[in-house]
Design a binder for this molecule. Sequence first.
Ligand SMILES: [Zn+2]
Ligand SMILES: [Zn+2]
Length: 381
Amino acid sequence: MKKQYYIQFALLIVIVPFGLYSFKTILSRWEKNLELGKKTTEQNYLNVPFHEPSNPNTPFTAPENWPTKENRAPLDRSPKEFSSKVITLGTGTPTPNPFRNGAAHALVVNGYPYFVDCGEGWWRGLTKAVQAQKDIDLINTFKFKNLKYMFLTHLHEDHTVGLPSFINNPYKFHDGADKKVYGPEGVDEMISHINAAWEIDRHDVTQADSKRGADGATAVGVPLSENIDNNGRKIFEDENVIVEAFPTKHGALKHTYAYRFTCKPDGRIVVFGGDGTYSEGLVNASKDADLLVVEGITRKNIKYATWGGETEEEKVKTIGEYHMFPNLLKRVYNESKVKNIVLVHVQNYNDPDKFDRHDVLHEMIDEGIQNILMAEDGDIY
Ligand SMILES: [Zn+2]
Ligand SMILES: [Zn+2]
């Protein structure tokens, strides 16, 4: 054998085992990382790099926003006897909780979605629900052609700031369903302002008519301004649902509504109460309904609220004009005889040392409301 072959042979003897050894090392590191990843997810992903805020009484640092105070995976809690399903896309409030999207819900009837409120994160909430729920075909339900009907309970920012996404994001994928947004007086102006504000973007997508989205689709607001009294009024009907609007009471806002959906295929009656305190309209909307999706706020711990005044008395007065204390939800429950309640938009102000994320739910149960659950984003009811 020539000298150069000896050298090559010697090199092979050294390199091959070293290569095999390295490959094995990489593999075992990979496996170790997988193990570590599992542990990290289960045990401390949510807590790192979380540090306990020194002042827990600001909107940013309120205990309800802490990762250590959250969270569970989305659940399907829907009754099997109904084919119609409610999906809680966003259960948050204006408090910037990073684990809850802004107020947004979908009612799915016959595989078709009707959306109620459109808070921050609406668009991403669809993905979360699609990926979390395997027993319902949400991929088809939420196909872009179906993203058409939106019902706004009121025009507060935390219920409407997702509208530019609702209108413009499907156009980015060149899908042109017309959008109809039902809501209180002013919703038509809101939608036309949104269309105008994103005109540059829409022109870029369509390269033609900036007044429209892809395929010539339009987005319009439909204001519900004709006298809707406490007896409600039918505002929408198609082959799947009848929708009635009822006035509610939410602070100084002139027009706010609860929506009562009667689902035609299974007869289920689902009410979305929106924000607000006790009102006759909400009671009438919820009469003998199967499900009321409604907000709730702590009364026991209201002194920890990050807004509404300095003293507890001031907070009770100010916040009580806007939101639903447990004793008042009990009144709605008693008077309407609604069968089930799902709490969303929960304001769980509290002492961080005594915080329990079910506190508001327990206050409601202590008031005597029996069939009540608290929702997370991506749940089904
Ligand atoms: Zn709100
Ligand atoms: Zn509001």
